[in-house]
Structure formats: C-alpha cells, structure tokens
Design a protein around this ligand. Sequence first.
Ligand code: ARG
Length: 402
Amino acid sequence: MSERIVLAYSGGLDTSVAIGWIAEATGAEVIAVAVDVGQGGESLETIRQRALDCGAVEAYVADAREEFAAEYCMPALKANALYMDAYPLVSALSRPVIVKHLVAAARQFGATTVSHGCTGKGNDQVRFEVGIQTLGPDLKCIAPVRDLALTRDKAIAFAEQKNLPIVTTKKNPFSIDANVWGRAVETGFLEDIWNGPTPDVYEYTSDPASAPAPDEVIITFKEGVPVAIDGKAVTPLQAIEEMNRRAGAQGIGRIDIVEDRLVGIKSREIYEAPGAMALMAAHRELENVTVEREQARFKKTVGQRWTELVYDGQWFSPLKQSLDAFIGDTQKYVSGDIRMTLDKGRPVVTGRRSDSSLYDFNLATYDTGDSFDQSMARGFIELFGMSSKVASGRDQRLAEGK
Ligand code: ARG
C-alpha cells in the first residue's frame, strides 16, 4: 500500500492544487480534511466533493463549530485573551482544533504524514506542526508551499493544466482566515502600513459611522461563560454568533495593528471580531464585580502569559494547561448579568448584577447606610506608607552627608 498523507483542506485554490501536487511530488495518497470552525462560505458537502474531484482518495469533513466555541473560544474569553492588548487570537485558537481533527483523520485512514497550506513566514505553520508533534509524535509534517515549492502562479497553472474544478480567475488580493471568533485579513496593499483599510476589507462588521440605533443587550454568564442573551438560553456558539451579528451591525471589534509574529517578523493585520470583543467587554466587567482584588491582579498576568502561549502555538503545552487550571478556578464566581449598549463601534457597559458580587453597597456608599468605619483608614495609611517613608528618610540623611 502506498503511503498516505492527510492534508488540511480549505476548498480554495491553493489546497485544492496541493492535493495533486503532493501526490505527484511524493507518490503518496492524499486524504483531504476539512474542518468547519464557523468560517462561513461553502457547505462541507461541497468541499468534500471538490476534494475528491481534485484527486483526494478520501475526504474527512467535521463540523467542529460547537467544539471550537466551547473548548477553544470560551477559554480565551475566560482569559480575556488579547495578544499585544489587541488581537483576540482568532487564527491561533482554530489551529489546535484543526490539529485534533488532522491527527484523528491520520489515525482513521492510516496516514504517516500531515500536511498544511501555510507558508514558511507565519505563525500558523508553527501552531500546526507543534500541535501535531504533540498529539501524534510519530507523524511527519510537510507544507507544500514551504517545502515543495508550490507558489501561487504554479498553483494557477497546475489547476488549469489538470482542469481542476476550481475558479482561478478571481484573485482576492488578501490572505484571509476566518472562524466564528473573528476574521483576519493581511497582505495586498495593507502591507504598506501607512495605507488605511478600505471598506471591502471588512465582512463581519459594518462601518460604525453609519450604525443603526444603539442596541441594548443583557448577557448572562455562568462561571465565566455566556449562557443567556436577553434571557434566552444560548450555547457558547449561539452566544458568539448572536453577538457577531448585533455587535457587527454596530461596527464593534475592528482592529488594525502591526503585530509581532513568533518568527520575528512584524506584520500588519486587520481583524474584525465583533462578538469576541463585545463578550470580552462584558466578561471583564463581571470579573470586576465578582473577582477578589489580588486574584484579579494576578489573573491579568496569567491571562497575558496564556495568550502568548496560545499565540506561539503552545496550546497543548503543560504550562498552558496549568494556567487553564488557574484561570478556571478564578471563574467560580463569575456569574451574573451584564447590561450593555452596543453603540457605534463601542460596547458600553451600563449595568451589572450578580448573586456572587463582591460589591457591597453599604461599604461603598457615601449616603446613609454607610457601614465603613473611616477611622480605620488613618492607621492603615500610616503603616502602608511606612517603608517608603523610612527609605526616604535614609536618602535625605545621606544626601545631607550625615
Ligand atoms: N497574524 C495572525 C495570527 O498569526 C493571523 C494569521 C491569519 N492567517 C491568514 N492567512 N490571514 O494569528
């Protein structure tokens, strides 16, 4: 039996060509693997048929939308994960779930090698291959664009020569990766970092300047996860989808940054993640109400480290798992409602209520009902400033040469 290679397959030109390209270059049989993480577009059935038409011996398709939302996006929400304080890890989150399915397909069809369509310049090759090494240490990795000289021009020529059933004429200038957590757009004229994004860059969001009337929403969380919107129960996937729609209509979650890739390149990225950004704003505020101060401060550091690990392709690493345990523990009391107004690009929190709130009206109030003994504050401040006061006394003494 000839060797078998599973290929991460999107249905687009490059990976469609990769099926035949890999087969010719290696003599192996190719099994196409398509994973739906909410990227929209064609049905899995259409993609499966195209893979077979392009020469795949088998096609494995998986609707992983609920799995992706619950097991990948929700941990990111709990961590308030924003790489470089801005990017909600859209692509970085989808790679590990795709890896899981690639390895499962390799096992099912007896493949020895896993292949993906990434270039040698990005983060995604690292995320795929580190993930595959971890879940399937016996599996080899191959990337036709990087390792088998499959360029865009050659892909078009190959598709025409072999009469592959794909449209090669309409050339999108952008490199796009999308899933339910958001959408990433790069290359083309965006590579000049002085160029502003044009309206055609966006798909998940409308122009905030021409948004309809503000939209008030109440999001109910249970242990850090949204469980209802405006009183109607939702799954994590439904929560993200509904907020994508409503926050997207208000132009929330547009991001334009120059980002530090793991491989050392700075790259210009446009993202849109309306649901993710709106849910995160609500989640963060509910944490403000329910998480104890020291825990909250430390969690911020942990969340940042978690985010960097996930960005760097370390989803399956021991440290990432340990940090998950910490973050999970902090979410015990993050339950309750957040009311917010989605308004022209901004999710504005206007109310919060929670049975596990740490907000104590009688401690906070300046009105009647005050239960805080203000006389305690003097002594507290005296001791709190003591070490600085002692040090400053020393500095003065030495400056005066005594
Ligand atoms: N720079 C982002 C990341 O590394 C997005 C990459 C998305 N890929 C794409 N072909 N646009 O997570």
